[in-house]
Design a protein around this ligand. Structure first.
Ligand SMILES: O=C1O[C@H](COP(=O)(O)O)[C@@H](O)[C@H](O)[C@H]1O
Length: 229
């Protein structure tokens, strides 16, 4: 809870530091940010400049928004349906349509909406999670080739359950002004250990090591193997 709270304050501070700017922010899904979205809607809606936020997704599971697996659906029910963010500032990935077509459509949309740096969209903030297998976005260990794709979004497949995904690739993540990982719980301690102390052992570690500007928000459980050396 305190990790989520700190991250909300941090995001609000970042936006307050540039009061005339609208921020292009790409968010992740999964279970970790759910607590943060809930807290944001219930305790910090009043201090947040919603009208200066444009929201995009890092990745989506290829299911309709009503499905409990939908990253957009989760954020809509916990946050977006409650706070006064303009409808036209929310750019969801359509998990219910053909994945390959949607990856192309969403890449074009992002390409038009987000200013470019070195030919890639430069998000102001990319908020990432990490799976206990070391995946980030929806790029799983063994799918590292997707990190160097020349597309902004690609389709991927969950290696255990075969679920189709749409995933932001490596270059747009690495190009972001700020990449923030939110990682909580002991189950993620080994992934955090790899991020902090190993080589590029998986997609999350690769991004953490190569992004221009990276921050890690972790709780004590996730940070249990982090050393000060
Ligand atoms: O499947 C996904 O997994 C990661 C991590 O999710 P979590 O449930 O372990 O917090 C997430 O970052 C990604 O957006 C999501 O689609």
């Amino acid at each position: 809870m305190e990790t989520a709270r700190s991250l909300i304050f941090h995001l609000v501070d970042i936006m307050n530091a540039e009061p005339d700017k609208t921020f292009n922010i790409a968010v992740s899904g999964g279970s970790t940010p759910a607590l943060m979205f809930d807290l944001w809607a219930n305790e910090y809606a009043d201090i947040t400049p919603w009208k200066r936020m444009k929201l995009y997704w890092v990745d989506e599971r290829c299911v309709p928004p009503e499905d409990s697996d939908s990253n957009y659906g989760m954020m809509r029910s916990l946050l977006l349906g409650i706070v006064p963010i303009p409808y036209e500032n929310v750019f969801r990935i359509r998990g219910e349509v053909k994945p390959a077509k949607e990856a192309v459509r969403y890449s074009e949309l992002v390409s038009q909406q987000v200013p470019k740096k070195n030919g890639w969209p430069e998000f102001d903030i990319v908020l990432l999670g990490a799976g206990d297998d070391g995946h980030t976005s929806s790029i799983f260990p063994g799918q590292e080739a997707l990190l160097s794709s020349d597309q902004i979004y690609v389709t991927s497949t969950h290696p255990r359950n075969g679920q189709k995904r749409i995933a932001m690739t490596g270059f747009p993540i690495l190009t972001a002004r700020l990449v923030i990982f939110l990682i909580t719980g002991k189950a993620k301690a080994e992934v955090v250990e790899e991020i902090c102390h190993s080589g590029d052992t998986g997609p999350a570690a690769y991004i953490a090591h190569h992004a221009e500007n990276v921050e890690l928000f972790m709780d004590a459980g996730a940070a249990m193997y982090v050393r000060n050396d």
